[in-house]
Write a protein that binds this ligand. Structure first.
Ligand code: ACO
Length: 332
């Protein structure tokens, strides 16, 4: 049995935080942020909006595009490091919101690689014949774990969600391969200290710093470029392809310099690299499915295209998925 993507969706907060807004909050400049990251603005969740808010909306849009009903879903996976709660999983909350009463639901903690990990799990379940229809979501509200007084990190991140429906298909081989990797020796280069069993909150003292993202930016940068190249090459090699045969490269949208350095190592021309990080910043697990949905809805993708998804994130985790696109452009 093969697996193929039959629908995509995304959802973003309405509130926009520009680089000019950040200039009023920390000692930074639009010029510094733009030249070091490529980011111009990001979306920020409003009070009363949670990770599940955007995840559910992105899921509804993907379900609508696939033309299925929520009851048909066998599996819901949410890649997130900012779940609504430590437990239950955000996936169970989404199951309830959608009325997907026949699905098994769980979250995957793989930071920015969460969507690729989820896609890989869904693909494996479908290939093994255990399930027929899966909903894979990447969703984050990172603005709630960012230290808004730390200019090294607060300029980087944004909120939002993206989703894909993955279905079993006898003849349509849509997901050609997935490759996922972990390098736990670097877990402490990018992490959130609080809320787990090492630094639990107590009712006597809660240090807010424990709940903010800790990051060694330069080290993360170097590892990201190397790992994304490795994951991309693994996908190409497994399929006997070269990068020149790709129709589109959709990398994790962390930083324009990471994207450009990875594309350069793969000898990919700029017109084959999808970039929307200037609008949304780094949305971690949501970045690839938001980009995939935008590429799909904006007519970048046509049936038969070879599309390479490539991610890297905290853990470290990294991975790739090579797709043969099986949907017609929406406006055709
Ligand atoms: N505005 C102005 N100056 C700043 C800012 C800012 N927002 N942030 C840092 N600086 C200063 C630093 O204090 C430093 O000043 P100093 O020389 O006086 O000490 C100077 O700019 C240079 O700092 P660097 O950290 O060397 O800057 P660099 O060019 O490495 O860029 C960045 C930093 C953007 C964080 C980069 O390392 C990066 O993108 N790393 C990857 C991090 C990332 O993407 N993380 C996301 C999670 S993982 C992932 O998604 C892949």
């Amino acid at each position: 049995m093969n697996a193929t993507i039959t629908g995509t969706g995304s959802a973003l907060p309405a509130k926009i935080l520009t680089n000019a807004d950040l200039e009023l909050m920390v000692d930074t400049s639009d010029e510094w942020i733009t030249s070091r990251t490529g980011i111009k603005e990001r979306r920020i969740a409003a009070a009363g909006e949670y990770t599940s808010t955007f995840a559910a909306e992105a899921a509804r849009r993907a379900i609508s595009m696939a033309g299925i009903s929520p009851e048909e879903l066998d599996l819901i996976i949410v890649g997130t490091v900012t779940p609504d709660f430590p437990f239950p999983s955000t996936a169970c909350i989404i199951q309830n919101e959608l009325g997907a009463c026949n699905a098994v639901a769980f979250d995957v903690s793989a930071a920015c690689s969460g969507f690729i990990y989820g896609l890989s799990i869904a693909d494996s379940f479908i290939r093994s014949g255990r399930i027929k229809k899966a909903l894979v979501i990447g969703a984050e509200v990172l603005s709630r774990v960012v230290d808004w007084s730390d200019r090294n990190t607060c300029i980087l991140f944004g909120d939002g969600a993206g989703a894909a429906i993955v279905e079993a298909a006898e003849d349509l081989k849509g997901i050609l391969s997935t490759h996922i990797f972990s390098n736990g020796s670097c877990w402490n280069l990018l992490y959130q200290p609080g809320s787990g069993s090492r630094n639990p909150a107590t009712d006597r003292s809660v240090d807010p710093a424990l709940f903010f993202i800790n990051m060694e930016g330069n080290e993360v940068f170097k590892h990201a470029v190397r790992a994304m190249e490795e994951a991309a090459l693994a996908a190409l090699e497994a399929n006997g392809m070269t990068a020149s045969e790709l129709s589109l490269f959709i990398p994790h949208q962390a930083n324009i310099r990471i994207v450009n350095a990875t594309a350069k190592r793969l000898a990919l021309p700029a017109e084959k690299v999808f970039i929307n990080l200037h609008n949304y910043g780094n949305t971690s697990a949501a970045s690839i499915p938001i980009a995939l949905d935008e590429a799909n809805r904006q007519g970048w993708l046509k049936r038969g295209d070879s599309i390479l998804l490539d991610a890297f994130g905290g853990g470290f985790t990294y991975g790739s998925a090579l797709l043969r696109w099986q949907l017609d452009p929406l406006n055709s």
